[in-house]
Design a protein around this ligand. Structure first.
Ligand code: EPU
Length: 428
């Protein structure tokens, strides 16, 4: 097992290229199940979630070629193999196998998904959608069983705006009979990306990216080629890195429109930001001002950037308040930041940050993916060396993090953990 070592305080400068979007990738890959001939997805990120999904598609009989970020899936020999255990439990997005397998085979057995622990993460809205389309859904010993004689289009109102439920219902509905209407749908760019792939496969979808999506079911979907959108959360993370420790960082391969809420907040803090068609430039870090942030569904401030931004706010002058309205317990990074000398308290769904403080290097543990990003940023800002364990979380979502940061002039490396350290981690 490895840990990440970060020697803080080095000024960062240069260009970093953003990879394909994780939260698109984890839906696009299962979506290939719905086709009847090979689908190629270009520009996938090099992260463990993608690798696990590749293995799962092979487990159900798919032929998958994956090299240089491009994946070609031949789904023609796939079967509706039950996946109650094993790799399916490793990532939350394995729930997309439910919608895709239900859409293609009218049945599926999928173990309840894993993923980051951010408080309760129910999937009741996904199930409500599948049931409205005519599926019988039962939970048997920790696995969800879905069966349908026929899938029929339906009008589905989501009680909670959910990215996962919106995509999962689209996946199940594209091959249903008749029209499905999803009301109060989520509007995240990843939903448009999945709808674009499905449309290229022959699906009939209108309204993706708005809160009403109309899907007219078709009998067959065919193979196609699709290029994934850039990862707005990875791009946002590097923008925050630039503001935290930069002397001018250019973020390349990004859609600035996807990051308007972060750009506005960074500017409010006093960070200089310039944008063009597919790049964002973050100017040298100056004196920063405290700001308040409330996470919201897209296009509001993304919950996935709340944790990284909290690290930056420890260096801002004044009191900031970060409120997460999407997840109730996305504050596990705060205790770790406190070990690094941050002055933060958590009250209910809010973190109150008093700054500026000079962070100090410490031994800290990433409890989830974006907590990991927050600790890396804190490590870059800190005096001395920071050791981050829990790397398996970071590897789920950040492609070549060490190489990209070293490319900007950071001093960061992976190191094998000693037996004693691994023992200490187990007992912690
Ligand atoms: N919710 C329900 N019932 C449901 C579904 C969701 O109550 O059936 C609640 C959730 O508990 C949460 C809120 O609705 O409070 C929003 O959840 P959503 O379904 O939108 O989240 P998700 O689809 O499970 C995706 C991303 C997350 C990101 C959220 C919010 C993927 C694979 N994951 O999760 O990404 O935080 O949307 O934008 O797309 C990450 O990348 O670190 C990450 C956690």
């Amino acid at each position: 097992m490895e840990k990440l070592m970060i020697a803080g305080g080095y000024p960062l400068k240069g260009t970093v290229r953003i990879s394909g979007a994780k939260n698109s990738a984890v839906a696009l890959i299962p979506a290939t199940i719905l086709a009847e001939s090979p689908v190629t997805i270009e520009g996938l990120p090099d992260i463990s979630d993608v690798q696990i999904l590749k293995d799962l598609l092979e487990e159900i009989g798919g032929t998958v070629e994956f090299s240089e970020n491009d994946m070609t899936v031949d789904p023609s020999s796939m079967i509706s193999m039950p996946l109650p255990n094993g790799k399916v439990k490793k990532l939350r997005a394995s729930y997309y196998l439910m919608g895709a397998m239900l859409g293609r085979f009218k049945k599926a057995v999928i173990g309840l998904p894993g993923g980051c622990h951010l408080g309760p993460r129910p999937i009741d809205q996904h199930i409500k959608g599948f049931e409205a389309l005519g599926a019988r859904v039962t939970n048997e010993q920790g696995a969800i069983y879905l069966r349908a004689d026929e899938l029929r289009g339906a009008r589905i109102y989501l009680d909670v705006v959910s990215v996962g439920a919106t995509i999962n219902i689209m996946l199940a509905a594209v091959r249903a009979t008749g029209r499905t209407i999803i009301e109060n749908a989520a509007k995240e760019p990843e939903i448009i990306d999945v709808a674009t792939l499905l449309t290229n496969m022959g699906a009939k979808i209108k309204g993706a990216g708005t809160d009403v999506i109309r899907i007219d079911g078709v009998d067959h979907l065919h193979g196609c080629q699709h290029t994934i959108i850039p990862d707005r959360i990875e791009a946002g993370t590097y923008m925050i890195v630039g503001a935290a420790a930069g002397e001018g960082v250019l973020i390349d391969n990004v859609i600035p429109h996807h990051l308007e809420s972060l750009i506005a907040k960074l500017r409010e803090m006093g960070v200089q930001i310039e944008t063009n068609d597919d790049q964002v430039f973050v100017g040298p870090a100056e004196k920063m001002k405290a700001v308040d942030i409330k996470t919201l569904v897209y296009p509001g401030f993304p919950t996935d950037l709340q944790q990284p931004l909290t690290s930056l706010l420890t260096g801002a002058e004044g009191t900031s308040m970060v409120t997460d309205t999407i997840y109730s317990a996305r504050f596990k990074h705060i205790d770790e930041l406190r070990r690094m000398n941050a002055n933060i308290k958590v009250e209910g769904r809010s973190a109150i940050i008093n700054g500026p403080v000079q962070l100090q290097g410490a031994k800290v543990k990433a409890s989830d993916l974006r907590a990991g990003a927050a600790l890396v940023i804190a490590g870059l800002m800190a005096e001395g060396v920071t050791e981050v364990t829990g790397l398996e979380h970071i590897d789920r979502g950040y492609s070549h993090l060490v190489e990209k940061l070293n490319g900007l002039g950071a001093t960061i490396w992976r190191e094998e953990m000693s037996k004693e350290e691994m023992e200490q981690m187990k007992n912690a």
